[in-house]
Design a protein around this ligand. Structure first.
Ligand code: FAD
Length: 284
């Protein structure tokens, strides 16, 4: 196996484009574990570790945010300046795995793997985020809602890598909350709910909701968001929105819970996430 340590994105793209069996290496938390288990044996590893352009979080003049692909979960969890809806990203990073995983794992590696049980995908969909990618044909941007295509499958084309995740300016007054139900602390979610909510005079004026671990990709239902908008987020509103969301779910039975159990978790977790986001009301 060959090992490359490019210092620019262009160099990394050329190496990936030249060899279809090559893989990017980010934190290695998943890739190296899969190689150790003989599940994957790439012909070459293209380490992204020395590419400075892939690191860090920067705020745009419009209030949007850009998170470099090699930014670790720990860096996102402790980032300053993530307010309102953007605080959802930090809240999500804080519950990924355990400290060693948060030190190693990166946002690019997490979404590049395309695991529907991971924490970032649902949060990025609820935040209307976009994924910046670069490949042999140049750079392009894919909406987070279109990026996750199927179980462990993303919209990345051969030779492309993720350079960053971008968040639009947070909607006025909106706050986010992430609710994760896991068997034990540090485990992947049995079910997760990411919510972004704004309230005006006790009524929901903006709602975005995405479920994780409930199908091969994050589950979002515009009809559920419409049902919540204008409501006071009472139990009946949440129950109806949960019923709409459940129609879109296709959860698997696995060691973390049966599909039936996952369906049962949707409503209580949705209620918790919506109420937590509404209660934050603009503060981090
Ligand atoms: C014990 C354990 C517990 C975990 N718990 C959780 C959890 O609770 N929640 C959760 O969400 N995740 C969890 N993870 C996953 C972890 O958080 C990382 O997100 C994940 O390992 C991938 O990040 P990485 O940077 O290590 O990527 P790597 O392992 O280096 O790469 C993963 C995949 O993404 C590809 N890739 C990497 N970077 C890019 C890029 N920039 N562009 C395109 N493709 C790229 C690689 O080629 C590879 O296919 C856990 C992992 C372990 C080992």
């Amino acid at each position: 196996m060959e090992f490359h340590g490019p210092s620019t994105v262009d160099e990394a793209v050329s190496l990936l484009a030249a060899d279809e069996e090559a893989r990017c290496l980010a934190g290695g938390a998943t890739l190296v574990a899969m190689m150790n288990a003989d599940l994957l044996m790439p012909s070459a590893l293209v380490s992204l570790r020395h590419i400075e352009a892939l690191r860090g979080i920067s705020a745009g003049a419009d209030g949007g945010l850009r998170v470099g692909a090699m930014t670790t979960h720990r860096e996102v969890a402790h980032a300053t300046g993530l307010y309102g809806a953007h605080a959802l990203l930090a809240g999500t990073a804080r519950v990924i795995g355990h400290p060693a995983i948060r030190n190693m794992g990166t946002i690019g590696g997490s979404i590049g793997h395309g695991d529907p049980q991971a924490d970032y995908p649902g949060a990025l969909v609820a935040l209307d985020a976009a994924v910046e990618v670069q490949g042999p044909e140049g750079a392009r941007t894919v909406a987070a809602g279109d990026f996750f295509v199927d179980y462990l499958e993303t919209a990345l084309l051969p030779g492309e890598l993720i350079t960053a995740v971008t968040l639009p300016p947070p909607p006025a007054g909106a706050c986010g909350a992430y609710e994760k139900f896991a068997r034990v602390e540090g485990d992947y979610a049995t079910v997760s709910v990411a919510a972004v909510v704004a309230m005006e005079d006790g009524r929901c004026s903006y709602a975005r909701v995405a479920l994780g671990s409930c199908g091969p990709t994050p589950v979002r239902a515009e009809a559920a968001e419409e049902r919540l908008t204008g409501s006071a987020l009472e139990d009946a509103d949440i129950a109806e929105a949960a019923a709409i969301l459940r129609e879109e779910c296709d959860p698997v039975d696995d060691v973390r819970g049966s599909g039936e159990y996952r369906m049962m978790l949707v409503e209580p977790l949705l209620g918790r996430a919506l109420r937590a986001a509404a209660a934050k009301g603009g503060s981090r």
